[in-house]
Write a protein that binds this ligand. Structure first.
Ligand code: HEM
Length: 173
């Protein structure tokens, strides 16, 4: 996983829950204090998951709750600073989500060894979109938290339902 995701996770824990909790979570995960991350660094997926599990443990959150906190932070705070143009280019949650497959390809193109998640889209009816998740990482709960964050950003009441480990149904208002 690219370092940018871990940087955002660390920032979310620090800002929303405090630096002490972040330090505790990193210590529990066996991460050295000097461990430094760049947005383009490669973080071993197992190390990322270990940190995520410690964050859940220290903050007493389920994985779903942590994924929602992360999704909200990534969409409404972190990427607003760094990737603001993507939001300017989409007027609705639907437009934004339909761009996500290409956004993941473009934003990781210049990062060697990136394995971005890919998405496929299938309309069930006029309002209901099935978004298929293609990644070996099994982070569908993150995907759901992120989609909810997108709904919040565009102030749209999205119906978000997990249909299994590789697809989500999104009902637009
Ligand atoms: C401007 C908005 C976004 C940007 C710039 C962005 C970019 C990225 C980047 C750079 C990564 C790391 C990829 C890697 O390590 O290979 C990532 C991971 C991820 N992104 Fe996004 N993302 C955005 C929004 C979203 C949204 C809305 C969703 C949900 C549909 C999403 C789903 C995910 C998931 C689930 C991962 C974890 C990696 C995986 O499951 O394989 N992202 N994203």
């Amino acid at each position: 996983m690219k370092g940018v995701v871990l940087i955002a996770l660390k920032e979310m824990v620090q800002k929303n829950f405090g630096g002490d909790r972040l330090e505790e979570a990193l210590r529990k995960a066996g991460i050295n204090k000097e461990f430094s991350v760049l947005p383009t660094s490669d973080i071993d997926d197992q190390v990322f998951l270990k940190i995520l599990n410690s964050v859940c443990e220290v903050l007493n959150l389920s994985l779903t709750q942590a994924a929602e906190a992360f999704g909200d932070y990534w969409i409404n705070v972190y990427t607003q600073k760094v990737y603001g143009l993507f939001y300017k280019g989409a007027k609705t949650a639907k437009e934004f989500l339909l761009k996500m497959d290409s956004v993941h390809v473009t934003t990781t193109k210049s990062m060697p060894d990136a394995h971005p998640p890919r998405f496929e889209y299938e309309w069930k009816n006029e309002k209901a979109l099935i978004m298929k998740y293609k990644s070996q990482r099994g982070l569908i709960d993150f995907m759901i938290g992120l989609i909810k964050g997108v709904g919040k950003f565009y102030r749209e009441d999205l119906g978000v339902t997990k249909l299994g480990n590789d697809q989500v149904e999104i009902v637009f208002p």
